[in-house]
Design a protein around this ligand. Structure first.
Ligand code: ADP
Ligand code: MG
Length: 393
């Protein structure tokens, strides 16, 4: 179902109005300093648009996982300065939403306020309607731009959306829904998905949801080793999920033609002994050695398949990319996506580690989802509560 976007609201719906905006300011902090401000920057288009239209912007976000109440370590006050710099405007801080209404009313048109960490109040994660009322009093309309939190029904993402009208998607949310929605709805073919990472178990619902939609599903990462096991191959000391072998067998039997496994891997006796690495064919993994990356022939094979694609979705690194030289396969896939994009393919990357693996390449990809778990749940075909609660277009 398509959702109403901030873009669809007429000027009078925004001018002078208090826009309560759920953003994702869950940024990494070290000693009170932001180490990566990607998420702040990602919310700027929505905030600046609202300001230009004369709205008074009240921002809501969670930060980290505070346990049972306020904790200075997780205070959003720590990000006010950075936000002010990025916006080029002062930001009023609201330490307690229950007493914040006067501050929101005093904001000038185009003014910005930031409410303290929503998770400081126990009602947040319980989707408490009373807390939602407190949040709703801070705005006249609701904008959700926190796609990454939309898979959780929380007071600031779900309950509040029912209390304010209009309740619409911000630009970042809209972009996520458009590109991820296209993968499920009407992808241009050939549609090739690349899945990797550590475990099949966490990705099985995505695999099941994507298989009928894709032309090919390329498997890398440790996940491939569970398939090798299912094929009766020796997997050595590779990370395998013995309890998923049966599942892998079933997938091979039902969708074997679409599943493309690595031809070989880069192996080592252990990560500590990475310098002893060498490449072997998939059917020649020695006992005691583990696969830590796809080998070069697989890189070439996957690249060729990706260059034929019109739509590509990638989740999960091809190897232990945190430990060189086992980052080579992951980097090769990232480069192949960029190359395919230049030839006109739509390229979408989602996940946590896969997104980290393409850091700095975002401009050369169609869409890098900031959603993490939410992107995967979306692709599993699940309804995200924070999205469902918004108005239909
Ligand atoms: P994402 O966060 O993109 O969804 P995952 O969390 O599923 O990805 O998987 C990422 C992890 O998988 C990385 O920490 C990486 O080291 C690990 N990994 C990938 N390939 C292997 C492998 N062959 N052996 C062990 N771990 C692997
Ligand atoms: Mg991960």
């Amino acid at each position: 179902m398509k959702k109403r976007s901030l873009r669809d609201l007429p000027p009078q719906a925004l001018d002078g109005k208090r826009a309560l905006v759920r953003v994702d300011f869950n940024v990494p902090l070290k000693n009170g300093k932001i180490t990566d401000d990607t998420r702040l920057r990602a919310s700027l288009p929505t905030i600046q648009y609202l300001r230009e239209k004369g709205a008074r912007v009240v921002l809501l976000s969670h930060l980290g996982r505070p346990k049972g109440g306020p904790d200075p370590q997780y205070s959003l006050k720590q990000i006010v300065r950075d936000l002010e710099k990025l916006l080029g405007a002062p930001v009023e801080f609201i330490p307690d939403p229950a007493t914040g209404v006067p501050t929101t009313r005093r904001l000038p048109r185009g003014g910005v306020a930031l409410v303290e960490n929503t998770r400081f109040w126990p009602g947040e994660e319980k989707n408490d309607p009373e807390l939602a009322k407190v949040f709703a009093a801070l705005g006249d309309l609701y904008v959700n731009d926190a796609f990454g939190s939309a898979h959780r029904a929380h007071a600031s993402t779900e309950a509040v959306a029912h209390l304010l009208k209009p309740a619409v998607a911000g630009f970042l949310m809209e972009k996520e829904l458009t590109y991820l929605g296209q993968l499920l709805g009407n992808p241009k073919h050939p549609f090739v998905a690349v899945l990797g990472g550590a475990k099949i178990s966490g990705k099985i619902d995505v695999i099941r949801s994507l298989l009928p939609r894709v032309d090919e599903l390329l498997i890398g990462g440790a996940m491939a080793c569970t398939f090798f096991g299912a094929m009766g191959l020796e997997v050595g000391a590779s990370l395998v999920e013995p309890d998923r072998i049966a599942l892998a067998k079933e997938l091979l039997a039902t969708s074997g033609k679409k599943l493309i496994l690595p031809r070989g891997g880069v192996i080592a006796p252990s990560l500590e002994r990475a310098s002893e690495h060498r490449s072997v064919a998939a059917d020649a993994i020695p006992k005691g050695w583990a696969v830590y990356d796809i080998d070069e022939s697989t890189q070439h094979d996957f690249r060729a398949r990706l260059l034929r694609a019109k739509t590509i979705f990638w989740n999960g690194p091809m190897g232990v990319f945190e430990t060189p030289p086992f980052d080579a396969g992951t980097r090769a896939i990232a480069n192949a996506l960029v190359e395919a994009g230049k030839k006109g393919a739509v390229t979408v990357v989602g996940g946590g580690d896969s997104v980290a693996a393409v850091a700095g390449m975002e401009d050369q990809l169609t869409h890098v989802s900031t959603g993490g778990g939410a992107s995967l749940e979306f692709l599993e075909g699940k309804e995200l509560p924070g999205v469902a609660a918004l108005e239909d277009a």
